[in-house]
Design a protein around this ligand. Structure first.
Ligand code: 5GP
Ligand code: MN
Length: 342
């Protein structure tokens, strides 16, 4: 799975107690949070002093993850984060492969005085790290964290806390086992995690059955009033303005999963969600089959991600972003015209 020299090098680094800093990406999802928290519990058992950092707030439905309350949020506590980074010896970046995925925190990560390690499953990692534990074939970074711990010979240290965190990674990054999960190995790992005593159905409820009334009504509004279908392009777009979000008292996480509704239409191969936040437009892209939204996000919308799930941003306002998206997609009209079959 991993390069044996890389494992040996990191094994040596971890052989004496260290000050370790774990970092999740901006707009944290279940994978980046679960991967960091599993690493936090694991590395503490090995005798290290560990702090987990996150660039901005994460959704309330991840607060139950063991240790989530201890994470330092850069957006709210920049001075504490800077101090931790200045004193750190090892830095693990989890679920992102370029420092700029941490937003304003990136400049402080660049100055990190110690060794930088990345564990991640995205395409095209940057050259900013000292050690790489990357594979785009993995369902999630959580799966790679599990493999990392096994490769270090520490499977016996895994307990319910790590299992809850790692199961959350795999469940959320595969859309509850509906994509990115066509390797038997993923299910072997899930079986091991469940044998550590977690209740998988309960984890599902804690993450997905937590809507507020406002969130459910925002979903209904988005589908009824803010859905555009470009039949000729096999694309569906949902857009939400600042005012829309305010109307439904938007909370972090309320739009998670919304982009997938576009893809649920039979003839749609590309779904996009545009949300107006902090005076820019956040973009989420999802595709079925062969069309690469990673390329689309990288080449046109200052983003990236995976082949079938990526994100980006636009600073030109909602109307112009919609116009640009339509223009760009016209170039891919033929590439978007396909039927996914067996
Ligand atoms: P989401 O649409 O759920 O925010 O993101 C989907 C995927 O794309 C995730 O794997 C996420 O890490 C990645 N992603 C989201 N936004 C960006 C971005 O601005 N830049 C890059 N490189 N990747 C992103
Ligand atoms: Mn991930």
């Amino acid at each position: 799975m991993f390069d044996s020299h890389e494992i040996e090098a990191v094994s040596l680094l971890l052989s004496v107690p260290k000050k370790i800093v774990l970092v999740s990406h901006k707009n944290p999802d279940g994978d980046t949070l679960g991967a960091a928290l599993a690493m936090m519990h694991y590395l503490r058992k090995k005798g290290h002093e560990v702090t987990a950092l996150v660039p901005n707030d994460f959704p309330d439905f991840y607060q139950w993850l063991p240790g989530a309350g201890e994470m330092l949020v850069f957006q709210r506590n920049a001075s504490a984060v800077k101090r931790v980074l200045q004193e750190g010896e090892l830095l693990f970046c989890l679920d992102f492969n370029a420092l700029d995925r941490t937003g304003n925190m990136a400049s402080f990560l660049e100055k990190f005085p110690g060794t930088k390690i990345v564990i991640d499953h995205h395409l095209e990692p940057s050259d900013e790290f000292d050690h790489y534990f990357c594979s785009t074939g993995a369902s999630s970074t959580g799966e790679l964290v599990y493999e990392f711990i096994v490769a270090l010979g520490d499977q016996k240290l895994l307990d319910k806390e790590e299992a809850l965190a790692l199961y959350t990674c795999i469940m959320t990054d595969t859309g509850s086992f509906s994509y990115n999960c066509n390797h038997g190995r993923t299910y072997h790992i899930v079986a091991e995690l469940i044998d550590l005593g977690i209740d998988a159905a309960n984890v599902h409820k804690l993450v997905y059955d937590t809507y507020s009334e406002n969130r459910l009504r925002l979903l209904g509004f988005a589908l009824s009033n803010r859905l555009i279908v470009w039949d000729d392009l096999h694309a569906a777009v949902i857009y939400l303005t600042k005012e829309d979000l305010k109307r439904f008292d938007y909370r972090v996480g309320d739009t998670e999963g919304l982009v997938n509704y576009g893809l649920s239409m039979e003839k749609v191969n590309l779904a996009v969600l545009l949300t107006e936040k902090d005076n820019q437009i956040r973009m989420s892209f999802r595709s079925k089959g062969n069309f690469s939204v990673n390329r689309l996000a990288r080449d046109f919308f200052d983003g990236g991600g995976h082949k079938n799930a990526s994100g980006g941003t636009s600073k030109t306002g909602m109307e112009n972003t919609l116009k640009k998206l339509n223009e760009v997609l016209k170039r891919f009209k033929e590439a978007l015209d396909y039927t996914v079959s067996l």
